[in-house]
Design a protein around this ligand. Structure first.
Ligand SMILES: Nc1ncnc2c1ncn2[C@@H]1O[C@H](COP(=O)(O)OP(=O)(O)OP(=O)(O)O)[C@@H](O)[C@H]1O
Ligand SMILES: [Mg+2]
Length: 359
């Protein structure tokens, strides 16, 4: 049995289905990310694991024991919420010690033990010596580090994080996400984090669970989820993409208007297939380059975004809607392309990946 196992978990709020038959197995030491749009049930799932929300049906096992009906205090986890979760009237030391006092770890530790543990935890999150400050005197990032210290103070077997970074500015977010991942790897604590930010999920997770309307859509490593999305929703939610559709001609070719492109994966002859092409998989060639799967396109828009540009292309053969391509700025340095120009681009056969048919 996996370290944490969720079986057929369902939760309704009145007639509203927040979780529908959720099954999930989390391995010991794993960093699992629950990803999905607002309202898809991420927090509800996390709260059910914490015992803060009681499921209508299904079971939860932790370390081989069923904990489905246990009160939160009898479950072994630390939790960090989105924001403002520190007690404003307690000092940092008081906040970090709070978990110790209310949980099992306090037994036999004593006041000196608690004090030492607080010092140790603050050093762990990179904030030594701030014991006497109050939350209002700390930045958002510092508050979340203190919340993390509080959650980890009891050495919990499971760490639950509900959008711990979403209230922070972009730079602090990236910094703290690296710190959290580093700390988690060092401690080896099994972690489940909720986010609706796909980049955060890709950067941090061992495995990502993509959710929509209370149901799991796909579970897989960041590369799998990005490269081989299980359905349109996942493809669209994880990164940008272009959806194009055309009938297969033979096993390896697909027709888009007057264009015939080769596909590396086998197709069903005669049937219409849908393909999801990532912007970075579209190649830019020299105008006269007759590379396989290349074609002319009209540049509708060119957005410079620093490290790369997003280029909106029109090719009426391929699709009614424009195609978005991403080219690195280094690559574009010697080939300026402006709106109105005609360029030669291509989709290499291995990047023309058919999407699974909708169930
Ligand atoms: N106590 C409640 N009573 C009624 N409806 C609720 C309750 N808690 C959650 N819901 C509903 O259940 C759905 C899932 O909520 P949940 O908080 O799990 O979403 P989420 O994926 O965490 O979204 P967000 O990204 O916005 O935090 C939402 O539509 C929400 O309105
Ligand atoms: Mg939520």
């Amino acid at each position: 049995m996996a370290h944490l196992e969720i079986r057929n978990l369902s939760k309704h709020f009145g007639a509203f289905v927040a979780l529908e038959q959720v099954n999930l197995a989390v391995e010991r030491g794993e960093f699992l990310v629950l990803l999905g749009p607002s309202g898809c049930g991420k927090t509800t799932l996390l709260r059910a694991i914490a015992g803060l929300e009681r499921q209508d049906a299904g079971q939860i096992f932790h370390g081989g024991e069923e904990i489905s009906a246990r009160s939160p205090a009898l479950r072994d986890y630390g939790i960090v919420f989105q924001s403002y979760a520190l007690f404003p009237n307690l000092t940092v030391a008081g906040n970090v010690a709070y978990g110790l006092k209310s949980r099992k770890a306090d037994r036999g530790v004593g006041r000196e033990g608690v004090r030492r543990r607080v010092v140790e935890m603050l050093a762990l999150v990179g904030l030594p010596g701030i014991e006497h400050k109050y939350p209002a005197q700390l930045s958002g990032g510092q508050q979340q580090r203190v919340a993390l210290a509080r959650a980890l103070a009891t050495s919990p077997d499971l760490l639950l994080l509900d959008e711990p970074l979403s209230a922070l500015d972009a730079i602090e977010r990236v910094r703290l996400r690296a710190e959290i991942r580093h700390l988690q790897t060092r401690l080896g604590v099994t972690t489940i984090m909720v986010t609706h930010d796909q980049e955060e999920a890709l950067a941090m997770a061992d495995r990502i669970v993509v959710m929509k309307s209370g149901r799991i859509q796909q579970v897989g490593g960041p590369q799998d989820i990005y490269r081989a999305p299980a359905n349109d929703f996942v493809a669209d939610f994880i990164g940008r993409g272009n959806l194009i559709e055309g009938p297969a001609v033979g096993e390896r070719h697909v027709r888009f208007g007057k264009l015939m492109l080769r596909c590396a994966e086998p197709l069903s002859p005669g049937r219409a297939h849908r393909f999801y092409v990532r912007p970075e998989d579209i190649c830019l060639y020299d105008t006269l380059d007759q590379r396989e799967n290349s074609f002319y396109a009209y540049v509708q828009k060119h957005e410079f975004l620093g490290a790369y540009s997003l280029v909106t292309l029109r090719t009426h053969d391929l699709a009614e809607q424009p195609l978005v391509a991403q080219f690195s700025s280094n690559y574009l340095a010697g080939r300026p392309i402006a709106a109105g120009a005609t360029v030669r681009v291509g989709i290499p056969p291995e990047h023309l990946r058919p999407l699974p048919e909708p169930a």
